[in-house]
Design a protein around this ligand. Structure first.
Ligand code: ATP
Length: 338
């Protein structure tokens, strides 16, 4: 039987637990994957002295697809983020995060169904910081027409593919007239190529207010890097938390699938992490690999277990371990096959 070769990066903290859940769940579908195991993050710094070893990058370049657990980045000091390095080195310019209400999970809103499209390579993540005096630092926010055109085209192409009708471009162009102005006006220019899709715009602070009061009005959001990061966590909070929102980082030559959440050191190694977000990212990966049936099986099995409600992890009010939740998803996959 034919197989896919995929780079697997467990990452740090809960990474081992949630990526192991994905490997087991994919095994339960009929898809054969040969995992090319590589390292990144704090573990890689300890083992190899760098957050993103060359071998890891080479593996993703060769295989074209990776499944990645979260990596820890120290705050205010220490090594650079493996995520930022990886996204820039492989030009994974489009970060796609579907935020959808989860069946059976009671939250304030029942029908959230929006897609975040985040520019992944520049903005304040360009890492250009200069110390002007001992007490003054300038952090440069880089916006280029080229990168904005790419992410805007990615957003419109995705809208066309999924039959979405409206994209809201998010900015602070009233204050950052040049940088966010360039982002906004470039997106408006790209929109002319896609006349069937509506483009409107919203200032980031107003968007946050509207997201918490009426998130169901949004279809797709197009954001620069930092706004996309912050709004992703806000949106995760609308549908059950960081344990349930998946994501993908897509470029021309490679795609890396990873959950929105971080390495959650507070619960690492305790068999408590919710593997839903990582498993839904794995389902997005299966779809990307052309394994549509298996992607559906995995996604449906997760929804079935959550809807039944007997087996849930602590973040969703249950008492199941990561392993027990994974076992339940695997049983549900097997049920759909028999
Ligand atoms: P980063 O800076 O990488 O985003 P962080 O520490 O700010 O990391 P997370 O690691 O995502 O953010 O954790 C935020 C909170 O959400 C923590 O309390 C963590 O335990 C919880 N959390 C994150 N992911 C999960 C998960 N998969 N299951 C259960 N709880 C989670």
């Amino acid at each position: 039987m034919s197989h896919h070769t995929v780079t697997l990066i467990a990452g740090d903290g809960i990474g081992d637990e949630v990526t192991n859940a994905c490997v087991r769940a994919i095994e339960a579908t009929s898809v054969k994957i040969v995992w090319d195991i590589q390292s990144a993050g704090l573990k890689a710094v300890t083992d190899f002295g760098v957050a993103l070893p060359g071998a890891t990058l080479d593996s993703i370049k060769k295989n074209g697809v990776a499944l990645k657990g979260p990596t820890t980045t120290p705050i205010g000091t220490g090594h650079k983020s493996a995520n930022v390095l990886m996204r820039q080195a492989l030009d994974l310019y489009a970060c796609i995060r579907p935020v959808k209400s989860v069946p059976g999970i009671k939250t304030r809103y029942d029908n959230v169904d929006l897609i975040i499209v985040r520019e992944n390579t520049e903005g304040l993540y360009s890492g250009q910081e200069v110390q002007i005096t001992p007490d003054v630092v300038a952090s440069l926010k880089i916006v280029t027409k080229k990168a904005t055109e790419k992410i805007a085209h990615a957003a419109f192409a995705l809208a066309e593919k999924l039959g979405r009708k409206r994209i809201t471009v998010v900015h602070k162009a009233n204050i950052l007239k040049m940088g966010d102005g360039l982002f906004l006006h470039t997106a408006e220019a790209v929109a002319k190529d896609y006349p069937e899709i509506i483009l409107d715009d919203m200032i980031i602070d107003a968007l946050c207010m509207k997201l918490v009061t009426n998130p169901c009005q949004f279809d797709m959001l197009l954001l620069e890097n930092l706004y996309g990061d912050i709004v992703s966590d806000l949106c995760a909070g609308l549908v059950g938390g960081l344990g349930v929102v998946p994501g993908a980082n897509i470029g021309e030559h490679a795609a890396v699938f990873e959950a929105v959440h971080g390495s959650a050191p507070d619960i690492a190694g305790q068999n408590k992490a919710n593997p839903t977000a990582m498993m839904k990212s794995a389902a997005m990966m299966l779809e990307h690999l052309g394994e549509t049936k298996a992607a559906y099986q995995l996604s449906k099995a997760i929804d079935t277990v959550l809807l039944r409600g007997q087996v849930r992890t602590a973040d969703l009010g249950g008492s199941a371990t990561t392993q027990q939740f994974t076992d339940a998803v695997i049983s549900a996959i097997i049920d759909t096959k028999t």
